[in-house]
Design a protein around this ligand. Sequence first.
Ligand SMILES: N[C@@H](CCC(=O)N[C@@H](CS)C(=O)NCC(=O)O)C(=O)O
Length: 305
Amino acid sequence: MTDIILHHYGLSPFAEKVRIGLGLKQAAWKSVDIPNVMPKPDLMPLTGGYRKTPVMQIGADIYCDTQLIMLELERRLPSPSFLPKSREGETRAITMWIDRNIFSPAVGVVMSQVADKFGDAFKKDRSEFSGRTFDPERLRAALPMLRDQTYAQLSLAEAMLADGRKFVLGGEPSLADCALYNPVWFIQQHLGAAAAPLDRLPGITAWSERMKTLGEGKRTDIKATDALEVAKAAKPEPTSVDANDPSGLKVGQKLSVTPDDTGKVPVTGTLVGLTADRISIARNDPRVGDVVVHFPRVGFIVQAS
Ligand SMILES: N[C@@H](CCC(=O)N[C@@H](CS)C(=O)NCC(=O)O)C(=O)O
């Protein structure tokens, strides 16, 4: 298989969801360190504008958003699996609940306590990214509410672990554990292993120790420019468009695909792949030649361009 290349930075919690998944699968992968703010000049030729972290590249195929990155990892590295047989829907639904409901207040708990450390470039970038002014004072005032919300959401995971199971869905770690590790790890990295609200969640704190032992697989650092060369030398994998898709989208149509929440930068291209889980568009950039950029369907707005 062509190498897995993850474009990410160390303190990105969504990247940690993928890194721990690579650990679970004991995968070998290449790592490209990217900036944590725009501009990201060596990432844009690959994604066509998608700016979030992380992005996975395999040859000339570019996977955006951890929802899809994790599905693609499971498809390419099926063993050990992180989608338990006949429980795929429920595993992915729990993952979606975690990504969309716990991440934001948990990041708020951290940011409200470290906001002063960030310079103007970061504040400006995150204001543009979220569509809301990054204001340390407002964040500090919101800390009690953010901590309450994080506690209330994490309590549901604590309840799942309360019967003594080792992982969220049972005896083995799954995609849901990788997702839950993202906000828990982020709080621990910045504020300490049992920082509030983890101090009231002993099941999750003990579970996080088990998760840590999964590691991150076998990582090799490469330069961003090497990753661009890899894309240029490769051909995208074949894809197909489901003619029965309810959207009625047709192969060859010109489209834009845009995240519905943050970092709402449209990526434009030609439709080459469509399933219930993913939409794939072909584009060309002088630095990488022909690439296909893949997005999940959930959380992405598709418009004819
Ligand atoms: N839904 C996205 C969320 C990704 C996300 O929000 N990542 C954060 C970092 S953890 C980000 O992109 N921050 C701005 C940046 O890195 O430029 C996913 O699952 O990949």
